[in-house]
Design a protein around this ligand. Structure first.
Ligand code: SAM
Length: 348
């Protein structure tokens, strides 16, 4: 198994059978998991030193017309509290974030039908004009190619659109009312061809997912050469069809993050909020598996609880924009620091 880890580290890839064997072993063999994570950390440090990029997360809307089985924002969840931020509220978040030192803003939200191209381009243009030096990342789900193009022209730079599941049967089982895996992947290809830096990813431990599905996910991420990779554990939300399912496994999540790092040494990989929610040490463990980004919450405090994709989502303290000092102190305990620069993808 150790040879497989070394091979992955030196070549950036493994065949499906070897990856499956490695992931399976990591679930029970702490020695192999540690070796994998140590190699991933060394690879990340070669690219990024001991700096961790921060992204200010602005949760634009909790309205969503999708009905993903795992997500608390799904349209069938009648008990979800819905809100949408006004342009003025978003600009106030940016003002606060910029003063705190953020140079990337991430606009994330449910697929809110009121977010027309006209509304979004006006908002993005305003952000671009007011803060010419920031990166603007969008995470607004599936839209038409011409919409992605208009948002890019208005000033957006990056787009996060997790593929969620590379296996078609698994994808269908999680999104029975969705537009299908092919459509999701077409969106990702459109975004890439329009020049966005693109983020893919998936949850670990969602119902029906096997180790071989995770292997398919990792191989797809590698083959698409995406610039960002978001991997976090599945966490149940009681008011969804998967509300009684167990949360994803911490070790398996860390192993998947480490493999993603070794497959894509230059990628920007967050230590996800879901990891920080799953375990009090999750944020640091993600970094100690090769992650190099943290995305503190910059949403207005009165809406944070309403953006409940899963329960007890960490959005305070070190997961909050106003907790940057505490976050930095925590990072320092493992020898890292916040890197306040924009942190664009560099393939060198
Ligand atoms: N609507 C956009 C989209 O679909 O890409 C962005 C928002 S969506 C809520 C962001 C991500 O949250 C999804 O890609 C999904 O992987 C993750 N997510 C949703 N429900 C989750 C859950 N129960 N546990 C962990 N992650 C979850």
């Amino acid at each position: 198994m150790r040879e497989l880890v070394e091979q992955l580290t030196s070549t950036g890839g493994l065949d499906n059978a070897s990856l499956e064997a490695l992931l399976t072993q990591c679930a029970t063999d702490d020695g192999v998991l540690q070796l994998l994570r140590d190699n991933a950390v060394r690879t990340a440090q070669k690219q990024f030193g001991h700096g961790i990029y921060i992204r200010g997360l602005i949760e634009l809307s909790s309205y969503c017309h999708q009905d993903c089985l795992y997500c608390g924002l799904r349209r069938s969840n009648r008990s979800a509290e819905r809100y949408r931020l006004t342009m003025e509220e978003v600009m106030a978040c940016c003002r606060e974030g910029y003063a705190l030192g953020f140079r990337t803003f991430v606009l994330q939200g449910g697929e809110d039908a009121t977010h027309s191209d006209a509304w979004l381009t006006e908002l993005i243009s305003m952000m671009r004009t007011t803060y010419p030096d920031v990166a603007i990342t969008l995470s607004l789900g599936e839209r038409r190619r011409d919409s992605y193009e208009a948002l890019k022209t208005a000033g957006a730079n990056r787009y996060l659109l997790r593929h969620e599941a590379a296996n078609e049967a698994l994808y269908e089982s999680l999104h029975p009312a969705g537009r299908g895996l092919k459509h999701r992947l077409d969106c990702i290809r459109d975004l890439k061809s329009l020049g966005y830096q693109v983020g893919m990813g998936m949850m670990i431990g969602v119902k029906g997912q096997t180790i071989s599905h995770i292997v398919e996910d990792l191989q797809l991420i590698k083959s698409m050469e995406c610039e960002m990779v978001g991997i976090g554990p599945f966490l149940p939300h009681h008011a969804t069809p998967l509300g009684n399912e167990p949360a994803g496994d911490l070790k398996l999540t860390l192993a998947a993050v480490a493999i993603a790092r070794l497959m894509l040494p230059h990628a920007l990989i967050p230590s996800t909020t879901a990891l920080a929610t799953l375990s009090p040490t999750g944020r640091l463990e993600g970094i100690l598996s090769g992650a190099n980004v943290v995305m503190p919450n910059l949403s207005p405090s009165d809406v944070r609880a309403k953006y409940a994709i899963y329960e007890n989502k960490a959005s305070w303290g070190k997961e909050a924009a106003e907790g940057l000092e505490a976050l930095n102190k925590e990072l320092q305990t493992i020898g890292y620091n916040i890197n306040y620069s924009r942190g664009d993808y560099k393939n060198e």
